[in-house]
Each structure stands twice: as structure tokens, then as C-alpha cells.
Design a protein around this ligand. Structure first.
Ligand code: 5GP
Length: 186
């Protein structure tokens, strides 16, 4: 489809810094957009409806799936997360470079739907650093952290199927590498 090359999926384990790297890049390049997903998880402190996610009940989320409004979705650590068709299609049609922050399964689904898109895997320097970051942000309960770490080990096993890999040593370096990739491909 026309415009697929403008889609850049940023994936990788929870706590690796996807939001931070994307936020840093978008501050330097405000023309780069990001999609807002729907989720059934509760907002974290500082998060806002329509900015970080569209927060929905499980019933409302399932309704959106039935209506065909959801491009792909996954059940992650006890909650549903899904990419809304409209969020992607309108940006692609307008030729806007668009970032999607989604899990590894969602990344594979987007790549299947849009083979011209680029799927990027963001890696932590070590697993210990990932664990420190996940605990250090202090936004999740111990149970949620444990669940995220367990999933992270599995997610790292999917890294091979991606188009590109960036190790997040510092936010400046990772955002810089992501920008170079976008400049090459879009
Ligand atoms: P968090 O609860 O930390 O915001 O997100 C948990 C995980 O869900 C992250 O790995 C994030 O990338 C992923 N995620 C967020 N939105 C979507 C989505 O629309 N689809 C899929 N498949 N994963 C998502």
C-alpha cells in the first residue's frame, strides 16, 4: 500500500525505553507522529486519555474489535492493547512519518499487514539494566514487574525477525540511530 514506508514500529521489552526514545526524537523532529493505542490497563500517574492511550473497558475494547476498528491487538500481562486502524491509515494516507510503540507480536502483525513498513527492535545493553530500569521507574507493582520481566525474556527471543536493531545505551544515541533509519527509509 502507498505510504507503508512511512510506518516505523518501535518494539522491544517493557522498560527498554521505547516511549522515552520516541519522545526525545519527536521533540527534536515534531513532524514525526505517533499513533495512540487503545488499552484496558489503568492510566499510570501522569498519563492522559488520548495522549498515552485511549483507556477502555474490556467490553468497549471487544466492541471495537468486532466493529473492525482494531488493526491488531494483543493480551499483555493481564490487559488488552490494540492499534486503531484510523490512527494508522490517516497518517499513512497523508504521507506522515509515523511511529508505533507496540509489543513484538503486534510488530509482526503490522509487518504482515504492511510489508513496506520498518520494524525496529530496541534492546537494553544487558538484561540487568532492563530490570533496573523497570524497577527504577516505580510505576508498576512488584507483581506487574515480575510479569513484565518474564515476558521480556520471551520477547528478546523474537529480535531476530526484525528489520533493524538499536541498543538503547543513552536516549540521545538511540534516538539518533532511529532518526538515521527513518531518513534512509522514508
Ligand atoms: P505499557 O503497559 O508499558 O504501556 O505497555 C505494555 C506493552 O504493550 C508494551 O510492550 C507496549 O509496546 C505494548 N503495546 C502498547 N500498545 C500496543 C498495541 O496497540 N498493540 C500491541 N500489540 N502492543 C502494544
Amino acid at each position: 500500500m502507498e505510504g507503508e514506508k512511512y510506518l516505523f514500529v518501535v518494539s522491544g521489552p517493557s522498560g527498554v525505553g521505547k516511549d522515552t526514545v520516541m519522545g526525545y526524537l519527536r521533540q527534536a523532529h515534531p513532524e514525526i507522529e505517533k499513533t495512540v493505542s487503545a488499552t484496558t490497563r489503568a492510566p499510570r500517574e501522569g498519563e492522559a486519555e488520548g495522549v498515552n492511550y485511549y483507556y477502555r473497558t474490556e467490553e468497549a475494547f471487544k466492541q471495537m474489535i468486532e466493529s473492525g476498528d482494531v488493526l491488531e491487538y494483543n493480551y499483555y500481562n493481564g490487559n488488552y492493547y490494540g492499534t486503531l486502524r484510523a490512527e494508522v491509515e490517516r497518517r499513512m494516507a497523508a504521507g506522515k512519518v509515523t511511529l508505533l510503540n507496540i509489543d513484538v507480536h503486534g510488530a509482526a502483525n503490522i509487518k504482515r499487514l504492511y510489508p513496506g513498513s520498518t520494524v525496529v527492535f530496541l534492546l537494553p545493553p544487558t538484561f540487568e539494566v532492563l530490570e533496573q530500569r523497570l524497577r527504577g521507574r516505580g510505576t508498576d507493582s512488584e507483581e506487574s514487574v515480575q510479569g513484565r520481566l518474564k515476558i521480556a525474556r520471551e520477547e528478546l527471543g523474537y529480535a531476530g525477525g526484525f528489520d533493524a536493531w538499536i541498543v538503547n545505551r543513552t536516549v540521545e544515541q538511540a534516538a539518533g540511530e532511529l532518526y538515521e533509519l527513518i531518513a534512509q527509509r522514508a
